[in-house]
Design a protein around this ligand. Structure first.
Ligand code: FES
Ligand code: FES
Length: 210
């Protein structure tokens, strides 16, 4: 049994960095705690939960204008998945470390779990759902991932493809080494890296010709 198991679930929680949810809750409670510790007026009053601030955000997702009233703390990933039902971008780590949530904002790849939805106000977001037309041919990168077996479970694949498209647009797909370097932020627990690099090498010239 580990030390944290012996000390119970609270101890285990303190042995790792806080999650986004724990950080936000702690930040919201900080003024309350300061009032208590400082013995000021707040120490006399009942604890108050931090109120969500709602903000109006307008942005374009996959060519379609969206106008939403959002909690200012919402991540772009949560808004895409939970408000717009665009579940292609995946929540892998929710800490900016795996790339499963990669989407494009104004043509540049971002980790949507680390992007506040309010940051995309009046900007254009592209997700895997908008990469190719619903009835049209697949994007060359999507087709190349199929052709090169560049996936196994597929969980990382939407993020890999969005990152791969950006990698080509950025001019960072000139060699396998360069592709590996500029795709290093996208992890694949199935280890499909050989196929991913091959797919990008295959798709890059086709994208340049398109
Ligand atoms: S879920 Fe965003 S980087 Fe892992
Ligand atoms: S294909 Fe399974 S995580 Fe990448």
């Amino acid at each position: 049994m580990s030390n944290s198991e012996e000390r119970g679930p609270d101890a285990a929680r303190h042995d790792r960095p806080p999650t986004r949810r724990e950080f936000v809750i702690a930040a919201g409670m900080a003024p309350v705690m300061m009032g208590v510790i400082g013995g000021g007026a707040m120490a006399q009053s009942e604890p108050v939960a931090s109120a969500a601030i709602t903000v109006a955000v307008r942005f374009i997702v996959n060519g379609k204008p969206q106008s939403l009233a959002l909690d200012a703390r919402s991540s772009l990933l949560d808004v895409l998945r939970e408000r717009l039902a665009l579940t292609g971008a995946k929540k892998g780590c929710d800490h900016g470390q795996c790339g499963a949530c990669t989407v494009h904002v104004d043509g540049r790849r971002v980790a949507s779990c680390l992007t506040l939805a309010v940051q995309v106000d009046h900007r254009e977001v592209l997700t895997i759902e908008g990469l190719s037309p619903p009835d049209g041919p697949l994007h060359p990168m999507q087709q190349a991932f199929i052709d090169h077996d560049a996936l196994q479970c597929g969980y990382c694949t939407p993020g890999q493809i969005m990152a791969a498209v950006a990698c080509v647009h950025e001019g960072h797909a000139g060699s396998p080494d360069q592709i590996r370097e500029y795709m290093s932020g996208n992890l694949c627990r199935c280890g499909a890296y050989v196929g991913i690099v091959a797919a990008i090498q295959d798709a890059a010239p086709k994208m340049r010709r398109a």
